[in-house]
Ligand binder design. Structure first.
Ligand SMILES: Nc1ncnc2c1ncn2[C@@H]1O[C@H](COP(=O)(O)OP(=O)(O)OP(=O)(O)O)[C@@H](O)[C@H]1O
Length: 248
């Protein structure tokens, strides 16, 4: 007997996505027909010159902005079909964010920062699971510290613990190492690599070829289109491709 397996829906699917901003000076085509499937358990970097559409892509993929055309699906759910409240709930359970600026609440301990999304979603806080998330980023012993009592790298690790605590389908990261020194940045990238290896999907916008070299695949954007892809590339190859794009 042959057993047929139905392929799982990609963690994130972008289908012919476009975004036009209307300004007084005219229309800006920030994205022009971008399609890509981000698989579960993959780590993808998005690079491109300034203004190429990276932030726009991340905002649309995360349901923070509405496309002018095309579709975004997360785990098979079409974001465009969800009403505002359903979208908010869906976003809380299916995705998480890590930003350059950490976005932690200074008044809360590391523990309470990690527990916050569950509290906001009205779910009971599983103390063991919160401590486990902090343990995974090596910060269990600092659970009672508040962000101002932590280094930048430690704060970013709390943000990653918060992001992985609810095991979302996808973790979006926007320049997660932008404010960190090189060594601390590498620790954070190794953690993101592990998150992907554990089965979640990581989608990271970065300007740093070294950061992108931790990804399975780097997508290059220019003028709102995907103009290149590199798989398992090292930092030198990624930097070379970037400089070619910037010279266009
Ligand atoms: N709210 C907006 N209104 C009008 N134009 C916008 C808006 N947001 C972005 N744009 C334009 O859309 C294009 C893509 O912008 P986007 O911020 O996505 O690029 P980016 O690749 O993230 O750039 P950077 O690396 O500089 O952050 C740019 O031309 C930008 O000026």
């Amino acid at each position: 007997m042959t057993v047929q397996t139905i392929p799982a829906a990609p963690a994130v699917a972008l289908d012919d996505l476009s975004r036009v901003y209307k300004t007084r000076a005219g229309s800006v085509h920030a994205l022009r027909g971008v399609s890509h499937a981000f698989g579960a358990g993959t780590f993808t970097a998005i690079m491109g010159p300034s203004g190429s559409g990276k932030s726009t892509l991340l905002q649309l993929a995360a349901g923070l902005d509405v496309p002018s055309g095309g579709r975004v699906s997360i785990g098979g759910t079409d974001l465009g079909r969800l009403k505002a409240t359903a979208l908010t709930t869906f976003r809380r359970t299916s995705m998480a964010f890590v930003f350059q600026s950490y976005n932690l609440l200074d008044a809360l301990t590391a523990f309470d920062n990690v527990a916050l999304p569950a509290r906001l979603a009205g779910r009971p806080v599983d103390r063991a699971a919160v401590l486990d998330a902090l343990d995974q980023v090596g910060l269990r012993d600092l659970a009672r510290r508040r962000p101002p009592e932590l280094s930048g790298g430690q704060q970013q690790r709390v943000a990653i613990a918060r992001a992985i605590h609810s095991r979302p389908d996808v973790l979006f990261a926007d320049e997660p190492t932008g404010a960190l020194d090189r060594t601390t940045g590498r620790d954070v990238l190794a953690l993101l690599r592990r998150v992907a290896d554990d089965g979640q999907s990581v989608v990271m916008v970065t300007h740093d070829p070294l950061a992108a070299s931790y990804a399975d695949e780097t997508l290059f954007l220019a003028d709102g289109r995907i103009v290149g892809r590199l798989q398992n590339a090292d930092a030198a190859a990624i930097a070379q491709r970037m400089s070619e794009l910037e010279d266009r």
